[in-house]
Design a protein around this ligand. Structure first.
Ligand code: NDP
Ligand code: PHD
Length: 410
């Protein structure tokens, strides 16, 4: 049989807002039967995007901090012609400050620098600078050595901060938000504002990029069968190490079986992400995770091989059904950057693959394949997610769109 994509349940109305019917498992409606769950899936293109649901009356001014880095550049690309957001300011290190963006950046994306952003003068990342006047939303792709304090300063100054750095992820009042996985975690924001004396500002983080792909991939399985244990081995792209990152001498013809703190982050963040919010506090999911992380000679996109011990038995076919019938949460919410499907199952025996699957859903979709029995646990599978799109800048963009839609930014 020819390999094909089989989509997760698609949303019926791109612009229709259908909110979660349960706090832990968003769904289209309790009686919804996915009508196209066996259709051949064509990866979403931009034509499916830029829905105007709940569009703000005028574009919201945004800044990108760390705009010259690997994640920052991806933000610039994804914000080009965004229907709700307009880039007003850019921040980076004192080395870049004072230069036009085009002169400060070593641009590594496959498309040109958006023309309306190329001449913006890069600022230091200080919230009081006039460059940040009129900015309501701050996207942070800052180096973790500096991100923590800077993000706090911008939130204190009333900005909604969407961070990719690790610094605030495990704070007890900061969500690691991944809309297809944990929409109810947004409920912590009023507590955060109260705890920290923030007025209109707040901080929302992304998970570590490997954790994001894994959380999206296992969520349908966890909801249906429960998860007791995850053993995961990653094959992570070079762009995950930032720019310039690792040298050619290190990476060519090579695999490096070590990424600093990555295993620990996967093990702790995944429990927070897939856990719940109870009485204004996060409660960890109760599974165990053992992660082994490797850097491989791939430019973009992290591949992850998982063995799962489930709480209730399931066949591979039942697991595939759970993946296929999981709702397309971000699309269903009508978020302008949402892919048609947050998750797709690929039936090819040798998929997912970075080169072939990294741009499924414009990089916002996690692809799962090779779902099969496990001789030690219950189920094995391979999943794949684009590290700088769904795992970083794209994830932040969806989070910001969600916050606009929910009235947290106005
Ligand atoms: N790459 C990925 O796949 C992912 C990365 N992340 C996280 O996102 C963040 C950015 O990662 P990445 O883009 O890869 O990193 P890069 O090293 O490519 O970029 C770092 C950015 O931080 C800026 N910076 C460095 N020092 C300072 C400073 N003193 N003050 C202000 N800005 C400074 C740099 O500016 P300048 O050019 O001027 O030095 C640059 O814009 C990190 O926290 C990372 O852990 C999260 C998920 C995935
Ligand atoms: N460590 C990830 C990217 C990253 O920077 O993640 P984090 O923000 O959790 O440090 C990678 O190497 O692919």
């Amino acid at each position: 049989m020819a390999p094909c994509f089989v989509s997760a349940a698609p949303a019926l109305h791109r612009a229709g807002t259908r909110h979660s019917t349960s706090p832990t498992r968003p769904s289209l409606s309790s009686s919804f039967t996915p009508p196209f769950s066996n259709r051949v899936f064509v990866p979403a293109t931009r034509t499916a995007q830029w829905s105007m649901t709940a569009a703000p009356s005028q574009k919201i001014g945004v800044a990108v901090l760390g705009a010259t880095g690997s994640v920052g550049q991806r933000f610039m690309q994804l914000l080009d012609n965004h229907p709700w957001f307009e880039v007003k300011a850019l921040g980076a290190s004192p080395r870049s400050a004072g230069k036009k963006y085009t002169d400060a950046v070593n641009w590594k994306q496959a498309v040109p620098i958006p023309s309306n952003m190329a001449d913006i003068v890069v600022s230091e990342c200080k919230a009081h600078l006039p460059a940040f006047d009129g900015v309501k939303v701050v996207f942070s792709g800052l180096d973790a050595d500096f991100a923590g304090e800077v993000e706090d300063e911008f939130a204190k100054a009333g900005r909604a901060v969407f961070s990719n750095a690790k610094n605030h992820r495990m704070d007890p009042d900061v969500p690691i938000l991944i809309p297809p996985v944990n929409l109810p975690h947004l409920d912590i924001i009023p507590t955060q504002r109260k705890n920290r004396g923030y007025d209109t500002g707040f901080i929302i983080t992304n998970a570590n990029c490997s954790t994001t792909a894994m959380a999206i991939g296992v969520k349908p399985i966890m909801d249906k069968f429960g998860i007791d244990t995850i053993v995961v081995s990653t094959l992570q792209a070079i762009s995950g190490a930032g720019y310039p990152g690792l040298s050619g001498m290190d990476m060519l013809d090579n695999v490096i079986p070590y990424i600093g703190s990555e295993e620990e982050k996967m093990q702790t963040e995944s429990k927070k992400v897939l856990g719940s919010v109870q009485n204004g506090a996060f409660v960890d999911a109760d599974f165990n995770v053992s992660a082994m992380c490797n850097r491989v000679h791939v430019l973009d996109g992290h591949t992850e091989c998982l063995s799962l011990k489930l709480k209730s038995p399931a066949t591979p076919e039942q697991v595939v059904d759970a993946i296929k019938s999981y709702p397309s949460v971000t699309y269903d919410l009508g978020l302008p950057s949402a892919p048609q499907n947050d998750i797709v199952f690929h039936s090819g025996v040798d998929r997912p693959q970075p080169r072939l699957d990294r741009m499924v859903g414009n990089g916002y979709t996690v692809t799962i394949g090779r779902v099969r029995d496990c001789n030690v646990f219950d189920i094995r599978l391979v999943l794949f997610g684009h590290n700088t799109i769904v795992g970083a800048a794209g994830g932040s963009l969806l989070n910001a769109e969600l916050c606009v839609q929910r009235g947290f930014i106005n």
